[in-house]
Design a binder for this molecule. Structure first.
Ligand code: KG4
Ligand code: ZN
Length: 341
């Protein structure tokens, strides 16, 4: 009999539901929240309210698109954390209500493990290409920047993490400084397409081992702009493409340097990348060039699986289902949930 998972993701500002049959994705519906743009960042209270409005129609749409009746669902997977507490609660409560009504088990999924396992989503009509174990995983999102050693669907160990801002946060904060809307990463990416990545130089952090730091870069960017604006009040407006391209180059360089170091330390040459920043085309090209040069097997997610989505929660839930690793009804969301060891 088929295993059909309904998955719910609501950790930040995207409400998403997906349906998977035996690990094959049948639908993946994502409702973004435009309401935060005007505030320059996610407003938690507005996010949970928008999740409440979105969750029922998003789940309905996911079931309809999948052509699956609610009676066929084998289990409901939901994001338990990390994320915004109010947002997580909406998804978790919905998942629990659905599971009780349908009489099926619940699967609680760690959002970060979901990003890492997004490389195991099968899509109908597309050949499967999955990373082997062990592999290294560079997880770069708005809230996290991690290098993990992934030894199975269930076991991952953190080898490096940011000691301050996440890579996505660096994109978003710098974007805000030059007047771009939230989230700034995609805007920087687009503007950088017409810019020179080697025009300006920003301080790269020198952090030991496999850890990252991005707060110095943000400050260096800010001070640089302040000095240039004293000389030319239109500097930002005139130089936006080169500023974006140079900033993007610096962030990409920092990420590439550390993942190269991780392959050298561990001897592992299978590398996956995930999280919102893995949508960045400059980073993708840089990693692709490195993989050819260094003979890595590189896995880049399809753009739709880079930012938050329920498909990745569904695949992580599917592997928990295979182990019968169900969660209890009283398991509550954890805003600071950790991944790996
Ligand atoms: O994984 P995600 O959707 O949410 C978190 O779990 O944080 O990642 C969102 C982050 C934001 O910081 C956003 O600016 C960044 O991913 N991002 C990008 C791009 N697309 C999204 N950063 C750089 N270039 C992009 N194309
Ligand atoms: Zn995420």
């Amino acid at each position: 009999m088929s295993i059909i998972i309904l998955a719910i993701e609501s950790s930040c500002d995207d409400t998403s539901a997906a349906v998977l049959r035996d690990g094959v994705l049948l639908s993946n519906v994502i409702a973004g929240q435009k309401v935060h743009e005007q505030y320059g960042g996610v407003v938690p209270e507005l996010a949970s309210r928008a999740h409440q409005e979105n969750i029922v129609p998003v789940v309905e749409a996911a079931l309809k698109e999948a052509g699956v009746d609610r009676k066929e669902i084998s289990a409901v997977a939901f994001t338990r954390g990390p994320g915004l507490m109010g947002s997580l609660l909406v998804g978790a409560s919905f998942a629990k209500g659905f599971a009780i009504a349908a009489g099926v088990p619940l699967l609680d999924v760690n959002h970060l493990a979901g990003h890492v396992l997004s490389h195991f989503i099968s899509e109908p009509g597309k050949p499967d290409r999955f990373p082997s174990f062990p592999h290294l995983s560079l997880l770069v999102s708005g809230g996290h920047t991690l290098i993990l050693k992934v030894t199975s669907y269930y076991d991952m160990e953190i080898l490096g993490r940011t000691i301050d801002d996440a890579a996505g946060e660096a994109f978003d904060k710098c974007a805000k400084v030059i007047g771009l809307p939230y989230p700034g990463g995609p805007h920087i990416n687009r503007l950088a397409d017409n810019g020179n990545p080697h025009r300006f130089r920003f301080a790269k952090p020198h952090i030991q081992g496999l850890d990252f730091s991005f707060s110095g870069l943000k400050t260096s960017f800010l001070y640089f702009l302040r000095d240039e604006m004293k000389k030319n009040n239109n500097f930002i407006e005139e130089e936006k493409p080169d500023l974006c391209a140079s900033l993007q180059h610096t962030i990409s360089d920092v990420l590439c340097d550390k993942i190269v170091k991780a392959t050298q330390i561990t001897g592992i040459k299978t590398v996956t990348v995930s999280g919102g920043v893995s949508a960045n085309t400059y980073l993708r090209n840089a990693l692709t060039a490195l993989s050819v040069k260094k003979k890595w097997e590189l896995f880049l997610p399809a753009p739709v699986f880079t930012t938050d989505n329920a498909a990745m929660i569904g695949i992580a839930g599917y592997y928990k289902y295979l182990r019968k690793d169900f969660s209890a009804l009283e398991d509550s969301p954890e805003a600071d949930m950790q991944v790996g060891k």
